[in-house]
Design a protein around this ligand. Structure first.
Ligand code: CO
Length: 257
């Protein structure tokens, strides 16, 4: 096996030359100060790369990734990222994006314990143990894993919302919106899970995470949202889409419908 990574350096040349050919000002523009509107907090999984799944160019999303997209409030790394993104870049949106089939979340369910990683994953393990009966009542191990992947995302959105950095931003009236999304590696689609938080008031009216375990939020892809909207326009008042309207539910911070 080769000891060098010449093939990667060669690919880099091809990429840079191609970019300049398609857009001669590309790198001159990139060299100016970055102005991303989004902070992405995602899993380190090599298949879930923010720019790719969002269809964004370099410069458009500020990124922090770690195993199982966890927010530890003693983690200097993520706190520094949060502070820089909010106070200097002034991002308007923070997206916590996990993914189905997350190996980190799977590990949190394992009997084997003792690695450094298990300390990292402890909040997920604790949530699982506290609600073991609810998780065990699900039909399969995959469903159990998927549900825990979803709940982990909401737990981390709440943790971000509880940081002094975010509270201070909201307190001074800064536009800052938090989102919980999940990505499915098997189809490439993102799903909106919630909660959607734009103020301490919204955060404080959320149901408890324990309640959320019992009444999980429904993940909704843009594809599904578009389909629902199309049917709602064609068949007003039918399909149960009025009343507890889809759009109302989406903006309910509890995301309960
Ligand atoms: Co993962």
């Amino acid at each position: 096996m080769s000891r060098t990574l010449d093939h990667l350096l060669d690919q880099n040349v091809a990429w840079a030359v191609g970019k300049t050919r398609d857009d001669p000002a590309y790198f001159r523009r990139m060299a100016e100060q970055q102005r991303p509107s989004y902070l992405w907090i995602g899993c380190s999984d090599s298949r879930v790369t923010a720019n790719d799944v969002l269809g964004l160019d370099p410069g458009e999303v500020f990124v922090h990734r770690n195993i199982a997209n966890i927010v530890h409030t003693s983690d200097l790394n993520i706190l520094s990222v949060l502070e820089f993104a909010i106070e200097h870049l002034e991002v308007e949106h923070i997206i916590v994006c996990g993914h189905y089939g997350c190996g980190g979340v799977r590990r949190a369910l394992a009997v084997e314990r003792g690695a450094m990683l298990d300390h990292w994953l402890q909040p997920i393990t604790m949530l699982y143990r506290k609600h073991r009966d609810t998780f065990e009542s699900l039909a399969s191990d995959e469903m159990k894993l998927d549900r825990l992947c979803e709940l982990n995302i909401e737990m981390q959105v709440r943790r971000i919302a509880a940081t002094p950095i975010v509270e201070n931003a909201w307190g001074r009236g800064q536009n800052l919106h938090l989102h919980g999304w999940i990505y499915a590696i098997h189809d490439g689609f993102l799903r909106d899970l919630g909660p959607h938080l734009s103020s301490t008031e919204q955060r404080d009216t959320l149901c408890s995470i324990d309640e959320r375990v019992r009444n999980p939020a429904e993940p909704v892809s843009a594809l599904r949202r578009q389909a629902i909207d199309a049917f709602a326009a064609a068949l007003p008042g039918s399909l149960g889409l009025d009343g507890c309207g889809y759009s109302e539910c989406r903006h309910d911070p509890d995301n309960r419908s």
